[in-house]
Ligand binder design. Structure first.
Ligand SMILES: Nc1nc2c(ncn2[C@@H]2O[C@H](COP(=O)(O)O[C@H]3[C@@H](O)[C@H](n4cnc5c(=O)[nH]c(N)nc54)O[C@@H]3COP(=O)(O)O)[C@@H](O)[C@H]2O)c(=O)[nH]1
Length: 581
């Protein structure tokens, strides 16, 4: 700007930049223009009669005003400019290489005149150079923003988190304050992505991100680490006042507000881990690692809660790591065993099937329940060989019961998502049937509804292939996976298993009653049998009978028992005395 001013006598210039919304002009550079005047016109809107600059940006063409005091374009601005003595103003729009208005280049003179040919050429040239410089600066700003922000939500990313957290720590050290860090992981986000699609998942993340930002102060930072993980840094916390508790509640409430995704309303929950500087760590890395450990603790405690960090959480993480190592060797050491839970016909009272449920007989921890190691086996991929062992063992045991003269029953085996995605699941099933000699009709595979909904077309193709072997298929945890009626019609399944969560309060909760009876009548309409799982009380049985549910499984009849336990049960039922293994 100084360079061009030095080439022109009695002329001062300014660059005004158009804001992102394209409606207002703000000063970029005006070294020689009167400061008060610069301030007075900062933020001027553009329009058809807004002095030289507002009009030039609006028209996207140069506007040469030789006499400000008489030109109609300046009518509304004459009083404003009069004290400074500017009489002519020549404004040229600065355009990007694609023709978008970036701002205006304005030259002011205190005399009434138009630019000479040489001045016009110089202004044109300078305007083009200004366009290149502004575009370059915008590109640099964009690159800097992208390097430090998450593209989906626009929130700061991991790179900026380190910087902001370190700044917050330095400030806290200097002024004897605290910094709180909240590690947030959404619960079951994968289910939303898998069942409703990635666009729905993205929309959910964006909505929750902007809600979280509204829960904290402008000086705090909400970061998206990636996936469904967020970190909130609460800056300048008073050590004597528990503000973090209130903020956590605000965050939980904001996250739990329903989110409309197409035709569905989703209520999200999150697991949160909280640490405070200086008590829980002295550096950004340690604070984040400890907040992460606290968040895992919140997950372990059933999700949808927050946990303040305690040093023993790291010990728990260490234990988990050890368990994972031991899980790798458990198959080779023959440490797994199967229990079987009988399934009963609600009309005849007969046992017609048994679900195989794995247990890990750990050398020092004793019998470990599947929820303690199946998720870990899923994470590590160990579920594939473990699941294959379950398949073989369940088929072998069922054939052994039959060979011992017991009434034939169906053995039900859970198939995990990872197993189901394995290309050779079909050949594993064929091997298990061939090795055991069990007829295919005595094997049922339980697939969860959410697993099927991850990719309906692939799942239906796989289910058809399994069905063509003669194997039966049932949908486990039905009612939790958002399957649509149109999709359900195409599933080659024999049974729906009403999820335990709808059975627990069946006797008292009207919503659960409505879901359970809807699933039963849905099954009847689609010609599918319906089994209720987790049945524990007489009231639940009475409700299921009254609503014509076909079958039940649960502690009311029997807990999962050993293979011998099933044999005893079947023996008793048939009134015989055969005594199988
Ligand atoms: N991929 C595989 N998953 C498996 C395998 N074996 C088990 N599992 C899955 O682990 C989950 C927990 O199983 P478990 O602890 O064995 O619990 C089962 C039953 O004991 C329990 N149940 C049954 N009746 C009742 C009841 O009346 N009350 C009550 N509180 N719990 C009851 O429910 C579990 C059976 O659930 P489901 O499979 O949905 O029918 C569980 O999700 C298993 O699927 C495996 O070999 N592979």
């Amino acid at each position: 700007m100084r360079l061009i001013e030095s080439q022109l006598t009695g002329i001062v210039g300014s660059v005004l930049l158009l804001d992102k919304a394209g409606g207002h002009l703000h000063h970029g550079a005006a070294p020689s223009l009167a400061k008060e005047y610069t301030h007075a016109i900062d933020g001027t809107r553009i329009g058809p009669k807004v002095g030289s600059c507002g009009t030039a940006a609006y028209r996207r063409e140069p506007v040469i005003v030789t006499d400000i005091m008489s030109d109609p374009l300046w009518e509304d601005f004459r009083d404003l400019v009069r004290p400074y003595g500017y009489r002519s103003c020549w404004s040229t729009p600065i355009l990007s290489h694609t023709g978008v208005v970036l701002g205006v280049f304005a030259m002011y003179s205190k005399t009434v005149r138009e630019p000479t040919k040489a001045e016009s050429n110089l202004i044109d040239f300078t305007t083009r150079i200004a366009g290149i410089a502004i575009e370059r600066k915008l590109a640099e700003d964009r690159i800097h923003f992208m390097a430090n922000h998450d593209t989906l939500t626009g929130l700061p990313n991991r790179a900026l988190l380190g910087d902001r957290l370190s700044q917050a720590i330095l400030y806290a050290q200097r002024y004897d304050r605290w910094v709180s860090v909240v590690f947030i992981d959404l619960d079951n986000f994968k289910l939303v992505n898998d069942t409703l699609g990635h666009n729905a998942g993205d929309a959910l993340l964006k909505t929750l991100a902007s809600r979280m930002v509204r829960c904290v102060r402008a000086t705090d930072t909400v970061v998206r680490l990636g996936g469904d993980e967020f970190v909130v840094v609460l800056f300048d916390q008073d050590p004597d006042v528990d503000l973090v508790g209130a903020t956590l509640q605000k965050l939980r409430t904001a996250i739990a507000e329903p989110v409309c995704l197409g035709e569905r309303h989703i209520r999200a929950t999150a697991s949160m881990g909280v640490v405070n500087y200086p008590d829980d760590g002295a550096t950004a890395d340690v604070l984040l690692a400890n907040a992460d450990a606290a968040m895992y603790r919140a997950k372990e405690l059933g999700r949808d809660n927050f946990q303040f960090y305690a040093p023993e959480f790291n010990a728990t993480a260490q234990e988990k790591f050890l368990l994972q190592e031991e899980l790798r060797n458990a198959l080779a050491r023959a440490e797994f065993t199967l229990l079987y839970q009988p399934q009963v016909d609600l009309r005849s009272g007969n046992v017609f099937a048994a679900e195989a449920l794995i247990r890990w007989n750990h050398p020092s921890h004793g019998l470990i329940a599947p929820m303690k190691f199946i998720p870990m086996a899923e994470e590590t991929g160990l579920i594939v060989p473990i699941g294959d062992w379950v398949l073989h063992e369940a088929c072998r045991q069922n054939k052994a019961w039959q060979d011992a003269g017991l009434p034939p029953l169906v053995v039900c085996v859970n198939v995990s998502a990872r197993q189901f995605k394995e290309k050779n699941l079909i050949s594993h099933v064929i091997d298990a049937l061939t090795d055991s000699g069990l007829e295919a009709k005595y094997l049922e595979l339980e697939l969860t509804e959410s697993l099927i909904m991850q990719n309906v077309d692939t799942a239906v193709a796989m289910m058809n292939a399994l069905q063509s072997l003669g194997v039966q298929i049932s949908i486990d945890d039905f009612g939790t996976g958002y399957s649509s009626l149109s999709a359900l019609k195409t599933f080659p399944v024999a049974r729906l298993k009403i999820d335990k969560s709808f059975i627990n309060d069946l006797a008292t909760d009207e919503n659960d009653q409505a879901v359970a009876s809807a699933v039963i009548s849905l099954g009847q309409k689609l010609n599918l049998r319906v089994i209720a799982e987790g049945v524990e009380t007489d009231d639940q049985v009475a409700f299921l009978r009254k609503n014509n549910c076909d079958e039940m499984q649960g502690y009311h009849f029997s807990k999962p028992v050993s293979a011998q336990g099933i044999a005893r049960l079947l023996n008793k039922e048939q009134g015989g005395h055969t005594s199988p293994e």
